[in-house]
Design a protein around this ligand. Structure first.
Ligand code: AQP
Length: 333
């Protein structure tokens, strides 16, 4: 079986629709056909200032949401990054392989550091793609299911893996990004030119999957739409409507042409209401299940511990081969 790895940051109380449609939905689909490792990357969440108690709760809520969304600990390995120390250790190796110039070209860093300003931008934010490269290659992942925004980081991972193999001999598996054609980028409902993001300045255009139905219905009803009246998929002329069509198509299971036909002659109001109701119905059981898992805390912690143990076996084996091939002395067991 081919190996899959992907991760998500516990940087908010809830995942948003973009995280689900761009990434987690693929995680669920791949867990039966692949040997899948999915992690909550809490070390990456430290790249921005966060209250310790909040981080703990968000990490647990992230695992609970993954399970509620269909990531099944009996069919894949779910774990928390900081519990497997090999991530930091291979991360350092990646930092020593990467050039300052190539790390500086990462557009996510440029965007986020520009928003935060130089004084509030951490070195960790700069090096996070290198830790991400380690996250992936520790597990010998062939495939990394992610949203479009991660394409550049996976390219960097491939470059670093190839560089390592050239210098030190074939050691690391070179992964490929799996990015879906549709749904890979869900945009902000208030600014359809920007991706929906947990760290968006305003939450008005972000659909959190754990929010109550009425909150999301209100957000979708006030989504920015475009000139004209037609419900038509045209990302250039009608980015707002196209974004809503993408969401409705994925959650409702109908193709975009079928939806265009269904809503021909309808107004934006009716269309938005249909999107809002579909979103509310889709995520209502996820919300209930997440809350239930969070109340069964000891069971959730047991799942996390079991995941870390399974991850540790694979990760420490890769790290040992990397260290040996680089000439580092074997560690005492
Ligand atoms: N808007 C999006 N559309 C499609 N996919 C998306 N992803 C994120 N936003 C969208 C995918 O979700 C996975 C997990 O993302 P992450 O938590 O690692 O961080 P991110 O990509 O930086 O997402 P956010 O929401 O913007 O988080 P913050 O604000 O904390 O940085 C990834 O596979 C990503 O592609």
């Amino acid at each position: 079986m081919k190996r899959v790895l992907s991760g998500i940051q516990p940087t908010a109380d809830s995942f948003h629709l973009g995280n689900y449609l761009g990434a987690i939905r693929q995680w669920v689909a791949l867990q039966d056909s692949h040997d899948a490792f999915y992690c909550v990357v809490d070390l990456h969440a430290l790249t921005v200032d966060v209250d310790p108690k909040v981080l703990t709760e968000r990490t647990l809520a992230s695992v609970a949401q993954l399970i509620a969304l269909g990531v099944d600990p009996n069919r894949c390995t779910i774990f928390v990054q900081s519990q497997v120390s090999a991530h930091n250790q291979l991360g350092w190796v990646m930092e020593c392989l990467a050039g300052f110039g190539e790390a500086s070209r990462m557009t996510q860093f440029k965007d986020k550091s520009q928003k935060a300003g130089a004084d509030r931008t951490t070195v960790g934010l700069f090096t996070y793609p290198l830790l991400q490269a380690a996250d992936i290659m520790l597990y010998g992942a062939n495939l990394v299911p992610v949203g479009e925004d991660q394409r550049q980081h996976i390219e960097l991972t491939r470059d670093l893996g190839q560089r390592f193999n050239t210098r030190y001999g074939e050691t690391l598996v070179i992964p490929e990004a799996q990015i879906m054609k549709a749904g890979a980028k869900i945009n902000d409902l208030q600014d359809p030119s920007a991706k929906m993001s947990k760290s968006a300045a305003s939450q008005a255009g972000v659909i959190d999957i754990l929010d109550e139905a009425n909150v999301n219905i209100k957000k979708i009803k006030s989504a920015v739409t475009d000139m004209g009246k037609e419900i038509r998929f045209d990302e250039k002329e009608k980015p707002g409507i196209s974004n809503l069509l993408t969401i409705l198509s994925h959650l409702g299971g109908k193709s975009i042409p079928a939806l265009e036909a269904e809503f021909a002659g309808s107004g934006y109001g009716d269309f938005k209401m249909a999107v809002a109701n579909t979103v509310a119905d889709y995520f209502a059981p996820v919300r209930t299940r997440t809350q239930q898992l969070l109340t069964e805390r000891s069971e959730l912690l047991a799942i996390i511990e079991a995941g870390a143990k399974k991850a540790e076996v694979v990760a420490s084996d890769t790290l040992a081969r990397v260290y040996a091939n680089m000439g580092l002395l074997p560690r005492h067991r």
